[in-house]
Design a protein around this ligand. Sequence first.
Ligand code: SF4
Length: 94
Amino acid sequence: MKKLSVEAKLGLDLFHTDEENSHIDVDLECTDEEEIRKLVLACPAECYKYIDGKFSFSYLGCLECGTCRVLSHDKIVKGWKHPHGEIGVSFRQG
Ligand code: SF4
């Protein structure tokens, strides 16, 4: 069996996204660069971006690992819950 890269495995996952309701509430006004960089580096799906001093977030590719919630200690991530019903990620290759 051919060994797949992490990117290729993630590409097999299915996402049923709720385009209107984020399951993660993020304070995008935060200016604490140390806290921002923590989330940028830790998120396996690159949902957090910090480019040229601009902080952004998109929940659409979230893998629901909860890492950002644990790391943030309510400093940037103000709310985190699993998506409702069948919304969210469906893993195909573990
Ligand atoms: S739950 Fe995991 S994948 Fe989703 S935004 Fe947080 S760190 Fe990224």
